[in-house]
Design a protein around this ligand. Structure first.
Ligand SMILES: NC(=O)CC[C@H](N)C(=O)O
Length: 490
């Protein structure tokens, strides 16, 4: 294996584009014949993924692994925090839940020494197998009050000996202040590992920024290795639900209108990326009963807090809008938490997700769910209904759902078990995240609403692969890769 030093991308703030740039560099190193792997010590997100060995990691690292052309592993993201409510998160360590914030407090004692040891071990295992490790920091690196117990940013970069690049976001403004300030607040040792600055999200002709670039270099003494354009035409999965805000839309005439119910703790919104790209479909997120009523298909997505999110829907009129959509003959489907909500009742006797022990469901499906301390995290292969095509998806849930009466599954898993409940063609629920990435499922969902057949089957995997290549092209065109490589030779 050709060896390079690890490289790390850190930010002046959150949402400056670290995860996308990390994914792009994973693809570049793969194209250049290296064996890269992504790493982020700690991620906070409700989008997660199941690894091939049945463990859970943040979705962003799974995406970056895909860009690197390798299977994902928990060593790429040893700590994942999944916010269940405003005060507490479920803590996933090396792929398994170790409890909620209270357990986390325990780990935080002693300035999180145990967690830091665990993430360093994960990094070391990864760097024995791959090179370069392409690392991502979290949020901003200048949160001085948190620095002594940081396990994700510069302490991790120092452990790894990573050539570190600071990303600033010019679109949100304040670039000079944030980049200059961030570097000024570093200790001399920390400063010595910062090898370059990347200006991200530049709109317009980057040549206009030449003066700015020189000023930034003079101010900080650190080279600006590139200015990346603001682009929206390359599809890379987003990790934050901040991006959902930009998707708020309503119905469109002449399209199959699909409404995804916007939940406070919506998890795995990547479930809808493929459907959103179908030319027959107008997909929008909404929590407005009137907008939901206008849709042809209503989808209840996953939730990290099924009971509290359902309670909100009951209070804001969305629950009755969904039930009346169903009565009016529209399609209503649920995925994971949404499937649980469609049933008769949900119980949480151990208060895994909230203080509320039990809530009646929407009563659309004869199933009942009890949240259990052991979590299912599995990649799945399955067949859908009577179709023979092999489909893929994954499960991530605490809930165990039982069918009251005769079963009528949505899908048949490769392990011989059945999944979900199908009340009718227009009313069903499943635990399978990613089910809507499969053509046979999408075509079945849309048959009642569109005479158009999808042209050629849409190969989502191939599409994503092309997008990683396009991302790599944009980075190569705007970042001086020779300069970057010069900092990586061991
Ligand atoms: N991903 C999900 O929707 C999970 C649903 C629910 N919170 C559970 O853990 O069972």
């Amino acid at each position: 294996m050709r060896k390079l030093r690890p490289i790390m991308f850190v930010g002046t703030a959150s949402d400056v584009g670290k995860s996308v740039i990390t994914a792009g560099f994973c693809r570049i190193f793969k194209q250049d014949g290296y064996q890269p792997a992504p790493f982020k010590a700690q991620n906070m997100s409700l989008n997660s993924y199941a690894t091939p060995d049945g463990l859970e990691i943040g979705r962003a690292q799974a995406v970056q692994a895909e860009a690197a052309g390798i299977a994902c592993h928990t060593d790429m993201n040893p700590v994942l925090l999944k916010p269940t409510n405003d005060k507490s998160s479920q803590v996933i360590l090396n792929g398994k839940p170790i409890g909620n914030q209270s357990a986390y407090d325990y780990f935080m004692g002693n300035n999180r020494a145990e967690l830091f040891t665990a993430v360093k071990q994960a990094f070391d295992r990864l760097s024995n197998q791959y090179s370069p490790v392409v690392m991502e920091g979290a949020g901003s690196i200048s949160e001085l009050n948190l620095k002594h117990r940081d396990i994700t940013n510069l302490r991790m970069a120092q452990h790894a000996g990573a050539a570190t690049y600071l990303i600033g976001d010019i679109d949100r403004g304040g670039l000079f202040g944030s980049v200059y300030g961030t570097i000024a607040l570093l200790t001399p040792e920390e400063r010595s590992i910062i090898k370059g600055i990347i200006v991200n999200k530049f709109r317009g002709d980057a040549r206009l920024f030449e003066d700015g670039r020189r000023m930034l270099e003079e101010l900080t003494g650190v080279p600006v290795v590139g200015v990346l354009p603001y682009f929206r035409d390359i599809f890379i999965e987003q990790e934050d639900s901040v991006s959902l805000e930009q998707k708020f839309r309503s119905t469109v005439a002449g399209k199959v209108n699909v409404a995804v119910v916007l939940l406070k703790r919506l998890s795995n919104f990547t479930d809808f990326d493929r459907l959103e790209r179908d030319p027959r479909v107008n997909l929008f997120y909404s929590n407005q009963p009137d907008e939901l009523r206008k849709a042809d298909i209503v989808i209840l997505p996953g939730s990290k807090n099924t009971i509290e999110d359902l309670l909100t829907l009951k209070n804001n009129g969305v629950a009755s809008a969904i039930v009346s959509a169903h009565k009016d003959g529209k399609t209503v489907i649920g995925i994971c938490g949404g499937y649980q909500m469609m049933g008769e009742r949900i119980d949480d006797p151990d208060h895994l997700e909230s203080a509320i022990e039990s809530i009646p469901g929407l009563g659309l499906l004869p199933v009942r769910t009890v949240l259990q301390p052991t979590k299912t995290t599995q990649q799945r292969q399955f067949t859908y209904q009577q179709q023979t095509a092999r489909c893929v998806g994954y499960e991530i849930h605490m809930g165990e759902t039982t069918v009251l009466g005769t079963s009528n599954p949505v899908a048949y898993l490769d392990n011989g078990l059945a999944d979900g409940y199908r009340h009718s063609h227009r009313c069903w629920g499943t635990y399978l995240h990613g089910i809507l990435d499969n053509d046979v499922v999408i075509n079945d969902l849309l048959t009642d609403y569109s005479t158009q057949q999808s042209e050629s089957p849409f190969d989502f995997q191939k599409f994503k692969d092309q997008q990683y290549d396009r991302l790599a092209d944009v980075i190569r065109a705007n970042i001086d890769m020779d300069q970057v490589y010069a900092t990586l030779h061991v």
